[in-house]
Structures are given as C-alpha cells and as structure tokens.
Design a binder for this molecule. Structure first.
Ligand SMILES: Cc1cc2nc3c(=O)[nH]c(=O)nc-3n(C[C@H](O)[C@H](O)[C@H](O)COP(=O)(O)OP(=O)(O)OC[C@H]3O[C@@H](n4cnc5c(N)ncnc54)[C@H](O)[C@@H]3O)c2cc1C
Length: 89
C-alpha cells in the first residue's frame, strides 16, 4: 500500500514509522514543506529536545499546569514510559 503523510513533525515521523512497522511492504512517503523534518521538535526544550518526564503517572499529571486530570484517559492508552521506550527502540 502507498502511504502518504503530509507534514514531517513528530506526529508525521511516528506515523511513518508505524505505517512501515504495520507492513514492511508499505511504500511510505513523508511530504514536508520545509527543507528538513522535525524543525519544531529541534527547538523544543530550548534546543535540548525536551520530550517527557519519568515521573509516575499521578506526579506527572500533578505537574501539568492547570488541570491535567483530563489527560488521564489519553495516558491510559499511551504513557510517558511508552514514549520513552519507543524512542529507545
Ligand atoms: C518554542 C517551542 C518550544 C516547545 N517546547 C516543547 C518542549 O519542550 N517539549 C514538548 O514536548 N513540546 C514542546 N513544544 C511543542 C512541540 O514542538 C509540538 O507539540 C510538536 O512539534 C507537535 O508536533 P506535530 O507533528 O503535531 O506538529 P509540527 O511539529 O508542527 O509538525 C508539522 C509539520 O508539518 C509541516 N507542514 C505543515 N503544513 C504542510 C503542508 N501543507 N505540506 C507539507 N508540510 C506541511 C510543517 O512544516 C511541520 O514540519 C514546543 C513548541 C515550540 C514552538
């Protein structure tokens, strides 16, 4: 299958990896309007690429400015530990 992803930010890059992992036969292309992928990602955390924290979920939610409790359902499916493990792989 031909998979075309528009935008090569973190979401597009992870989508491309997932599409290829789902089926190695997939022909995956990222269309990015800038010269390189992930330009915004590179300026996060003042250039240190600050992704997440290794706190347990309660402390993690507690440290989100405002009311972070609405994030519980999303984090039930994909946690801060999941993103750390994904990036390690
Ligand atoms: C100054 C700053 C600091 C930040 N610091 C942090 C931080 O410390 N930690 C953190 O977790 N997050 C941080 N963020 C937020 C983080 O950068 C975003 O959450 C993340 O980049 C969103 O990823 P995305 O893939 O959804 O979108 P984007 O990164 O915006 O990627 C979208 C991509 O699509 C491309 N695009 C758009 N339209 C088209 C088109 N028509 N055709 C082709 N390509 C197109 C864009 O050029 C871009 O590359 C920061 C953001 C900024 C601006």
């Amino acid at each position: 299958m031909k998979v075309v992803i528009i935008g090569g930010g973190p979401a597009g890059i992870i989508s491309a990896i997932s599409a290829k992992k789902a089926n190695k036969e997939n022909d995956v292309v990222i269309l990015e309007k800038m010269k390189t992928l992930g330009r915004k990602l590179l300026i996060t955390g003042k250039g240190r690429c600050n992704i997440t924290s290794s706190l347990n979920m309660s402390d993690f939610i507690e440290n989100i400015p405002g009311n972070g409790k609405f994030l519980y359902s999303a984090f039930k499916n994909f946690t801060n530990t999941d993103i750390i493990n994904l990036l390690k792989r």
